[in-house]
Write a protein that binds this ligand. Sequence first.
Ligand SMILES: Nc1ncnc2c1ncn2[C@@H]1O[C@H](COP(=O)(O)OP(=O)(O)O)[C@@H](O)[C@H]1O
Ligand SMILES: [Mg+2]
Length: 230
Amino acid sequence: MALFELRQVSRTYHLGDLMVRALKEVSLAIEAGELLAFMGPSGSGKSTLCHLLGLLDNPTSGKLLLDGQDASELDEDGRAELRNRKIGFVFQNFSLVPVLTALENVQLPLLFRPGHESLARKRAAEALEAVGLTPCSRQRPSQLSGGQQQRVAIARALVTHAEVVIADEPTANLDSEAAESLMDLIQKLNAERKTTFLLATHDARLLRSIPRQISLHDGEVVSDQKGARS
Ligand SMILES: Nc1ncnc2c1ncn2[C@@H]1O[C@H](COP(=O)(O)OP(=O)(O)O)[C@@H](O)[C@H]1O
Ligand SMILES: [Mg+2]
């Protein structure tokens, strides 16, 4: 069974009288453990697709299955529970809390769960170690480079032991060197931990390291290439 299955998924936004068809009958299967990128120009539907896959939004029509479970059959609480258990998010602006240290930022998703503070700290420390940032544990985001802040965001996505990390334009605010090093980290985490990574990017420089590339144009999948390392 695929991790995600999309069957003719469409998402339409209504802006007053205007109707924007952001996704048009997208059908896809994504297996656990994949590292893939949604490519395409601005406005092609990448973020809309990330929101649907992250259970942050519902299709207007069509079906989205996660582990065979039809997301539209869940109520809001059920979707939140599934999302919190399985999915981590990384955004282009890092979205770290400025007054918290790196370690505290990573710990945040665990504060909403029952459990022990010391266990949360231990898991946060492990996640920071996995992204190579143990020495920066006590620093605040403003004391870190953009690349380091994005690694903290990845650690925060992993701290819940999420099976899937969805990253929308994770390198958009990074210089080339930091972007490449972030992609190296994502490849390593994908290989070693088998975490599924779904990236949205229009940064063609990164594609070298991404084994499956799905191109979107005007809300439609125009190509889906596996084993496409170049
Ligand atoms: N919340 C929204 N309300 C109305 N239109 C939206 C909204 N979000 C996205 N869109 C429109 O949907 C289309 C796809 O947008 P988006 O998924 O953000 O693409 P991308 O991430 O590839 O730039 C665009 O035409 C965009 O203007
Ligand atoms: Mg976008």
